[in-house]
Design a protein around this ligand. Structure first.
Ligand SMILES: NC(=O)c1ccc[n+]([C@@H]2O[C@H](COP(=O)([O-])OP(=O)(O)OC[C@H]3O[C@@H](n4cnc5c(N)ncnc54)[C@H](OP(=O)(O)O)[C@@H]3O)[C@@H](O)[C@H]2O)c1
Length: 306
């Protein structure tokens, strides 16, 4: 199915799954993989919360979802601003009884390597710190059986892990900052999985590489043509369509065969082994605590670990 014109739900083998009565938040769904995943989840019957900064694009996705009979609404939030992330979490908590699917997908490879109001690198803040904050604030609202799905990248394999410098990316190229933030995504998803199990919560957390998608906003910012990135990283197949990329997001969000599966990393709807740095439990814990400190919030699920 990969490499064909099929929609993501067909590629993921979940076209018969019924998500009626479920609510899904897909961050970064005004375009690209997130938009494609949001539309697929809506076609399967889910109520979908569309997120991004671009209101016009978000409302267009809402219209597309309503056209296939799905309930949908758009909530804008700039992931450079912690207050905006909190407002998004509040809107979800106030308007929906419980959240069944949280797709942490917003992000990108940003050429402007400046700092945000927290004094951390912009890429690290948007790609890691904000999904961490959003997940922490939504934890009380995740339903039994909920799934948290984090869009990482194969780029995490070439990141160097230096937790002392993980937030301060001064001097790093945009690509290096991106890869480091994607390593943080996998570390975060794994630590979240462990803490949810320890807390006795019936909620799973997995991460994924969506493929290298030529023509997406993200791929236009890659340091080399998409075809070359596969060679550089040494992982095949690398080239996918937007629907291919969205398929693994949808698979982890809805496939019956991954019900209860947690703390894993996927590509093309198959489990893969992430880079050794991403499975370093001490690094996962340190990143978790560091992230809470940077945001000046209580450590989420702190009671679940010693
Ligand atoms: N495409 C690829 O080849 C590829 C490969 C590996 C991993 N990924 C990952 O896949 C995810 C989606 O990428 P994509 O290719 O679909 O990119 P995309 O088309 O550029 O979409 C990115 C989404 O993130 C949102 N976003 C960006 N900056 C934001 C901010 N400051 N605050 C809130 N939302 C923001 C955008 O919304 P607005 O524009 O409305 O703000 C948009 O909806 C990213 O996490 C990316 O790292 C992509």
């Amino acid at each position: 199915m990969f490499g064909t014109e099929s929609p993501p739900e067909a590629k993921a083998g979940i076209e018969d799954v019924d998500l009626d009565g479920r609510t899904a938040l897909v961050t970064g769904s005004t375009s690209g993989l997130g938009r494609e995943a949001a539309l697929a989840l809506g076609r399967l019957g889910a109520s979908v919360i569309v997120h991004g900064r671009n209101r016009e694009a978000g409302e267009r996705v809402v219209d597309e979802l309503e056209a296939v009979g799905a309930d949908a609404r758009f909530v804008a939030a700039d992931f450079e601003r912690p207050a905006a992330v909190s407002a998004l979490a509040d809107a979800v908590a106030e308007e929906f009884d419980g959240l069944d699917v949280l797709c942490n997908n917003a992000g990108g490879l940003f050429q402007d390597g400046g700092e945000t109001e927290l004094g951390v690198g912009r890429t690290f803040h948007i790609n890691h710190l904000s999904p961490y904050q959003l997940t922490a604030e939504l934890l009380p609202h995740l339903s039994a059986g909920a799934r948290v799905v984090t869009t990482a990248s194969v780029g995490h394999r070439i990141a160097t892990l230096n937790l002392d410098r993980i937030a301060n990316l001064a001097g790093l190229s945009p690509w290096a900052a991106y890869c480091r933030s994607k390593l943080a995504n996998v570390l975060f998803a794994n630590e979240l999985a462990r803490r949810l199990v320890a807390a006795g919560r019936d909620v799973t957390s997995n991460s994924l590489h969506p493929g290298i998608v030529p023509g997406s906003e993200f791929s236009r910012a890659l340091p080399a043509p998409a075809e070359r990135i596969g060679d550089l990283i040494g992982e095949f197949p690398m080239i996918d369509s937007v629907a291919d990329g969205a398929a693994t997001v949808c698979y982890l969000a809805a496939a019956p065969e991954v019900e209860g599966v947690t703390g894993r990393y996927y590509a093309r709807c198959r489990e893969r082994r992430p880079a050794p740095d991403a499975t370093d439990v001490d690094a996962q814990r340190r990143l978790w605590r560091r992230s809470a400190a940077l945001l000046d919030i209580e450590e989420p699920l702190a009671d679940a670990v010693e």
